[in-house]
Design a protein around this ligand. Sequence first.
Ligand code: BGC
Ligand code: BGC
Length: 843
Amino acid sequence: MVHREGALTKRNWRFAAYAVSTLILGTYSLSESFGQSASNATAPAAGEAHPATWPARAASIPADPALERRISQIVAAMSVEQKVGQIIQADIASVTPDDVYRYHLGSVLNGGNSDPGGRYNAPAKDWLALADAFYAASMKPDGKLPRIPVMWGTDAVHGHNNIVGATLFPHNIGLGATRDPELLRRIGAATAIEMRVTGIDWSFAPTLAVVRDDRWGRTYEGFGETPEIATSYARPLVEGLQGKVGSSDWLRGAHVIATAKHFLGDGGTAGGKDQGDTQMSEEKLRELFAPPYLAALDAGVQSVMVSFSSWNGVKMHGNRSLLTGVLKDRWNFDGLLVSDWNGHAGVAGCTASDCPQSALAGLDMYMAPDSWKDLYGTTLAHVKDGTLPMARLDDAVRRILRVKLRAGLFEAGKPSSRPYAGRYDLLGGADHRALAREAVRESLVLLKNSGHVLPLKPGGNILVAGDGADNLGKQAGGWTLTWQGTGTNRADFPHAQSIWQGIAEQVKAAGGTATLSADGSFAAKPDAAIVVFGEDPYAEFQGDRPDVGYDDAANLALLRKLRAAGVPTVAVFLSGRPMWVNPFINASDAFVAAWLPGSEGGGIADILFGKADFHGKLPFSWPKSSDQTAVNVGDAGYDPLFPYGYGLTFADKGELPMLPEVRAKAADADPDMLFGAGKPGGGRRLLLGRPDELLVNPGPTLISARAADRAAQEDSVRIGWTGAGNAVAAIVQDQPVDLTRQSNGDLALELELKVNTPPTADVSVMMRCGAGCVGGFPIHAALAQAGTAKWTRLAIPLRCFEKAGVDMKRIDAPLMIATAGRLDITLSSARIVSPMGAQLSCK
Ligand code: BGC
Ligand code: BGC
């Protein structure tokens, strides 16, 4: 997918055509780095599995001839268009009920940022109403074609977390610490009921990732670093969600369809890079990642989701040897294999809207959130011309129908008529919240307890500090109402209890006094202080990190100040992974790893005040240094700070010697920060000049830049275009970057700027993908509209750049602002974000 000049000019350059013609750069100073692919790992093996070397598995669900006959009858009556529609899943943000009817779509999903009416906090009743609307569309008569109910999938990954008021269980990392498989069964059952309340049939959970490198942004979605925990949880959790195979309420009534994800090797990518490459022998791949899937299949899991990642350089979405050879043939999986969010687009030769390769490799349902319509067209053509054989299409359709029939969808009636639908009292109901609180209690891991400072006496004077103490968003983590878990507020968690509220309740009940003091200041010296702090929410690749050092000067100072005042301090650390926190451990008397506990903060108070003892054991080895990023039990030379399985109880001696406080390596710059704090992000430069000659300081004729202040001294840059000719301000990469991960989704390039002098001509914002490869988007209207002298936020969907012909795989200038007219702006930041609020449209 290389867009050279010809390709570019053919594309619809109506927006910024002038800019293209002037920006087709022949050669220029950075040309040596062009054309290099950003990640080109050398594959140690071909990424081809040998299924015969994998453990064989007999089908756990007995063949049902009556069911198979019924499937055959339906398939025989289906049109080819209907079959193609059946294997496609669209996102509710990009599809209407009428589309579902017209294109015969088999399924819809809501991605992490997709909600009824586009409102992240839409009330539960809107979800149920939308479920009814999609169902009705799928059942509306259409000539002689059989009616096939649509199925809705959602990421209920820590409770039914897209719904306001739902119970939020600890993320999987915390559940891993409980080592309590039966607890997982109950959590699965409770989550299924809350899903049923809103009429949703299918959960994209559990994640069975075995996480080997804690830099990975999805570490918290995994139960641990060894296959053992996920394997022991897979059966009870799948059975909690789906019910037991053979029981009358399997997949129906109080139950839903579960998904084992992401197949295979998602947690093993090199460098912990999300959607990266798992580089290891077939034997190692099998040993580390297969066991939890075998357990889930034995429990009857009905769907499996393919991993975005590659194995030895081959994208899983195209790996026939694993998808068909191992999973379907060797393991006798007869349910449906769904792709991950346009994951098929990563397969060599594919795009999001055209990829027979995945179906040929064994995929049964394409998760094609926004690409579904084009994919429908291309897939239909591939069936008609034989590229995708009818037999393979029929097999995919059969699998989807098998799951739908097993789940009773054909007889279930509209979602709002099914058991538990509309029982809004069950969302965050007392029983479920008590269960979540129990899970929180079991998940906490005590790492230090000097002088038996814990348990605290609730009757005393307790100071509560830290920015995590009264912060539901931080306590819940990613995948909470929004994809990243950001942008929420207290009102979005009507039934929840913050950690502070849980503490206050118990202290008050015992006759003590609790004070919330954000900065840790106090009037009367407290008997003890609890400081709650940790990572801010993130999801997927947005959470990838260059190391595992935790940097937080404010809370460290707070702990030290309290310590210095002679106050016994208890640190409660919220995080989606183990992190190097030596300075924080040194500055506290007791240190608790609390993970991402969810809606029931009271569970933390239960333990800190000794209502129950600590139970949790580390599901991940705890790093000894900030660069000990892949430390796993069983490694040669295994030397963590706290080993896998570690965790104190009250009776244990909890003293620790002073730990070294030298950070091994400062974290690299945030890869998604293009410009901030007055300078370009790491590995980037701000260059100015003519399109074919970008320089640090081109002289003032065309364009100039100087430091400017917004909130702090020189935290911004002021850029002036003189109008004497076409000129560009560009953030240029030292090395090209691959932004395909960021553009597959709804990330945006967000600029915060102030217009000092409005544009006198067209202005474009562009990205460049090497010499002669550039595409962009007009922003003069938005700039003119912004008015002068006030700060404005402009969010430009990354897919707009893709639409404009930019090859996101090799971006060497992620931001270029160009105009031939006069313009004067102050730029305070440019970042790639999951945008909250309005975005420019590129339709
Ligand atoms: C994630 C999946 C998720 C899907 C739908 C993907 O980006 O990798 O885990 O199920 O989106 O939201
Ligand atoms: C969606 C997520 C999805 C991600 C993939 C987001 O826009 O909300 O569900 O996992 O894109 O990158």
